[in-house]
Design a protein around this ligand. Structure first.
Ligand code: NAP
Length: 247
């Protein structure tokens, strides 16, 4: 019965960190999981299968987080079908890389990266926040990056997008804290997913004090804690998870 469950929306949950978060929240909090993806329906189905195989429940919601109309249509239609439920946990995880030196960066690479992480966070949060405020309960967890704190060369677009998410997290936390809504960001270092596969994992491991990349589940455990009642007084924070690479 999904009527007795918390509802958690995870953007970009067809693979990688988002998929691990979806599975972990289902396991730890028995949430009904809304699995968002953009193009990888097979991956979204695999995430859903893993959730149902462990006895959980979920459904797939396809939309492009960077497109406000698509986001509103998908979420409004879900709300119409589920008038007694509200999305209590939002994990803004969808993100892409289009690395390149600023000097040669096409405008479209800047826009695509910023519109996915930063505008996507606005689109999804704006569409779900009002209900959290009305119900005086909510958790928003933004998956930022080391790149948004330190800045990484070749990633001015990505660093700007993730740095923007971090600043927005701090501002929004102060707007909504009185209503029992928390807004926090997580800044992963290098995590073993398709996003870093194209970089050389051996070279990367050599740079990391822990001597290895992080696992998607290790990020998911942190999200699960921030989503829990135990984390009710943590608000406006940015938590690093990077094997000691940067703090
Ligand atoms: P990934 O394996 O490439 O997965 C990215 C996910 O985002 C996919 O599910 C993808 O969906 C989805 N997505 C991309 N654009 C979207 C859009 N416009 N609308 C909806 N969904 C979209 O990446 P990951 O490594 O798991 O990264 C997840 C998050 O962690 C990202 O925000 C990333 O910036 C951040 N992060 C990752 C690392 C790392 O080392 N991996 C480090 C720091 C931060 P489709 O497959 O359906 O397109």
């Amino acid at each position: 019965m999904i009527n007795n469950k918390k509802i958690a929306l995870i953007t970009g949950a067809s693979k990688g960190i988002g998929s691990a978060i979806a599975i972990q929240l289902s396991k730890d909090h028995d949430c009904h999981i809304l699995i968002n993806y953009k193009s990888d329906i097979k991956g979204a189905n695999t995430t859903l299968d893993e959730i149902t195989n462990q006895g959980g429940s979920g459904e797939i919601l396809q939309f492009d987080v960077s497109n406000k109309i698509e986001v509103d249509n998908a979420l409004n239609s879900w709300k119409e079908k589920n008038p007694n439920l509200f999305i209590e946990i939002v994990v803004n995880n969808a993100g892409i890389l289009k690395d390149g030196l600023m000097m040669w960066m096409p405008e479209s690479d800047w826009d695509d990266v910023v519109n996915t992480s930063l505008k996507g966070m606005y689109n999804v949060t704006q569409s779900t926040l009002q209900e959290m405020l009305k119900k005086r309960n909510g958790r928003i967890i933004n998956i930022a990056s080391l790149s948004g704190l330190k800045g990484l060369p070749g990633q001015t677009n990505y660093s700007a997008a993730k740095g923007g998410m971090i600043a927005a997290t701090k501002a929004l936390a102060q707007e909504v804290a009185k209503r029992n809504v928390t807004v926090n960001a997580i800044a992963p270092g290098f995590i073993e997913t398709a996003m870093v596969d194209e970089n050389n994992p051996t070279v990367l491991s050599g740079m990391i004090p822990a001597g290895r990349l992080g696992k998607p589940t290790e990020v998911a455990y942190l999200v699960s804690f921030l989503a829990s009642d135990k984390a009710a007084y943590i608000n406006g924070e940015v938590i690093n998870i990077n094997g000691g690479l940067y703090s």
